[in-house]
Design a protein around this ligand. Sequence first.
Ligand SMILES: C[S@@+](CC[C@H](N)C(=O)[O-])C[C@H]1O[C@@H](n2cnc3c(N)ncnc32)[C@H](O)[C@@H]1O
Length: 331
Amino acid sequence: MATEPLPRLDSDTEIRKELLPYCRLKLGDVWEDPLRGHRVGVLDATCPNAVMKLMSPKRAKIAVNDPPYNVSVGNKTTQNLSKLNLAEYVEFSRNWVKNAIEILDEDAHFYAWLGADQKDGFQPLPDFMLMMREFEGLQTRSFITMRNQRGYGTQKNWMAVRQELLYYTKGNPDFAVVYTDIPKILRGYYKTVQGKRVENLERSRSDTIRPGNVWVDIQQVFYRMEENVPGAYAQKPLKAVERIIAACSSEDDLVVDLFSHSGTTLIACERLGRVCYTSDIDPIFAEITIRRLEHFRQTHRTGFQFHNPFKELETTSEAVGTKQEDQLTIF
Ligand SMILES: C[S@@+](CC[C@H](N)C(=O)[O-])C[C@H]1O[C@@H](n2cnc3c(N)ncnc32)[C@H](O)[C@@H]1O
């Protein structure tokens, strides 16, 4: 079923040729937002000088990174599309993590989204976790799982619906408690406070529950949602990124994301009054990131839904792409 005006943009060479002339940045460039000072670069996250160029001379309070997962789902015949061998992937991770830590404040938060390939020894999640132990300045804080609504492997296996989020801290940064929209419904945890027996609902500060480290309340992005960005094959839900940023930063704090893609972290920062420095190695995704910000400021819409972010391309009503359903996805 074709539902989007753009196909997956990393692998479609024809559409890439058409879009590249409309991209205002090339590898090595950094754009600075004249209004709020956000930055968007076309940079390789594994290159120390490139990352320094993005940041100079600032340091971030929080890094929210969503690198390629090296995990493929879907169509088996094309499964090896841009998948690295594990040693290469770990080396790639070591390099970008090193750069990301360099640009953090003394007291800061570090997040990395990741996956575990159940068809391939659960790589790279455990390998990434072990590699992270090399960075002694970071403390492990939480291992969060976010539940997707759609998955794969329903007939002969448990449906794969999880995405992993690793949380570390450097120094001693502040953390603010945040809540979900899920009402508290379970009663029955009694406790005696100052001689009076009170139950959990009486004691709580909120009528809704905290997210904890298993997030089940976040809708996976699909083409009908306002925040959808056609062509972005690995877009994270804004709600998830906003949750992280709200808990771990304050107004005007600097947030960094070295794997921008559809620009979710930038939009989250714009909405929450933070400043975002972000980059992607692909000029098309850097352009999409800038366009998403401009579109948000013009329309207050968080994404393009099923409309083409590249209006210059005359598209017919025939849609040419799908999102994460019947095509191969390597996150
Ligand atoms: C999983 S996506 C990030 C999704 C993003 N969080 C979002 O919500 O749209 C990973 C992105 O990393 C980019 N990427 C891959 N290798 C990179 C590298 N060495 N340096 C910077 N970006 C890279 C890809 O082009 C892709 O856009």
